[in-house]
Unconditional design. Sequence first.
Length: 125
Amino acid sequence: MLVTAGASGSGNMHIQVAKALGARVAATVRDDEKGVFVKSQGADLVINTRKESVIDRIRDWTGGQGVDVAIDNVGGEELARTIAAARPFGTIVVYGFTGGIEGKFDVREFFFTQKQMRGTIFADS
């Protein structure tokens, strides 16, 4: 599983729930201090997006296959990287937009790999 913004409140929750269910978890952060935090919360792989490529690190970590599930609470430009990090037939859950309300991605790569995207919210209005 990939969790974007792993040091956020919801990202941290996703890490802990996934670990409790037995998943291997990769989490993105934007600085090393947050990386230490998500590692302490159970993340198996920490990716500092200011220093390294999410896609390259996930491909190395999964033997080139990508993650089964990717949770994106950032949106914007990050969404395309999250989609690319998911394996064929993988699931991407989108529920945030701190990185922007619009994201561009190659729709051919999305549907040729038959990935699934779900939108959700964690609160009522």
